[in-house]
Ligand binder design. Sequence first.
Ligand code: AMP
Ligand code: GLY
Length: 423
Amino acid sequence: MKVMVVGGGGREHAIIKGLKKSPKIDVIYALPGNGGIAADAECVDIGAKDLDGIRDFAVREGIDYAVVAPDDPLAMGAVDILQAEGIRCFGPDKKAAVIEASKVFSKDLMKKYGIPTAAYEVFEEMQPALDYLDAASVPAVVKADGLALGKGVIIAETREDAKAAVRSMMEEKKFGESGSRVVIEEFLTGPEVSVLSFTDGHTVVPMISSQDHKRALDGDKGLNTGGMGTVAPNPYYTEEVAERCMKEIFLPTIKAMQEEGRPFKGCLYFGLMITDDGPKVIEYNCRFGDPEAQVVLPLLESDLLTVMEAVTDEKLAETEVKFSDSSACCVVVASGGYPQEYKKGCEITMGELTGKTEVFVAGAKLEDGKLLTSGGRVLGVTSVAPTLKEAIDTAYENAAKIQFENAYYRKDIGARALQAGSR
Ligand code: AMP
Ligand code: GLY
């Protein structure tokens, strides 16, 4: 089979390495891929948002199966366009991708179907939002409606900060059209759990749970980033919590999307907070998480392509989806200064990898046979081991062998999970 993966980050590298194990695949193309992905797939210089380019390439090459991984092309309708050409796809169509692309849609969906989430109000005009904040409790959470590269959420400690956030979104248009509507919601507390799931619109199969580390610095300090590391499984996702999530969140969400005429097929990501009142949805994503995919997919024992095809063919109920009972840790190695200013073009070298370790490249390009940094998050080092402690130790042992100018990584990925009792 000829398979094409749209995207070019660490998540796409993890998907490609997973697919590569499938005996059914002859060739994998990555659009656009990156300098590290080039070792595992044929990179084609077509951007993930160039929908015409993606369609023309797929038709010309006779692609049998396409995986659309990032949120932007999904929200723009990449799957609809490919399916119109008869190409089988993994990923939601545009109608279903709105579950991530519009926070107003997802909050209203949860309210309508009684799915637990933070209380909220939607504002289409600035003044009513500012007036509402005069009486709102703080911290207050202000969210831009649309996609904003994971940056459209501001947790404001004071009412003044919350108002400034509203102004930056609605007046200064900091996130463009994404901020033309805002959601102001109740601040929840509790440990966060990411649960990615496979769903074919009828059946939902949660993958192994994981925990992201979004802040730039140790101890969850510093700015929010795309994710500085992950561990799986997440110790807060106990069997009891999993049962409640299935009954109160996962199944009702799949059913709600069906009833709305927007059946969701692909990977639905549940961003959850385990509050004193039980699990609540913080956000939905219409795709694999990054860097969650980098710990979840290495633990998948079933053939990834077979599972993805079962999603496409709506045969998930009859398909085995098996995960290893090992643990995984991914340490993201970033360019010093990320998520703000950082240098690019630094040469990357890696020592011999030890243990069950893989490197997923996120931001690097190949030039004259050398791998050079080209992004903030440069790569993720994932190790799998029987216990989380060993997975963490091995990931760090290997992260220390990755060298480039100003390389930076957090030193405490997984520390909380260990404290919370992971084995
Ligand atoms: P999101 O982009 O929706 O994932 O939000 C980014 C981060 O903001 C989440 O991972 C949470 O840590 C935090 N967050 C979002 N909504 C809330 C909320 N209602 N209460 C507390 N924290 C939140
Ligand atoms: N790691 C969070 C996300 O992919 O949105």
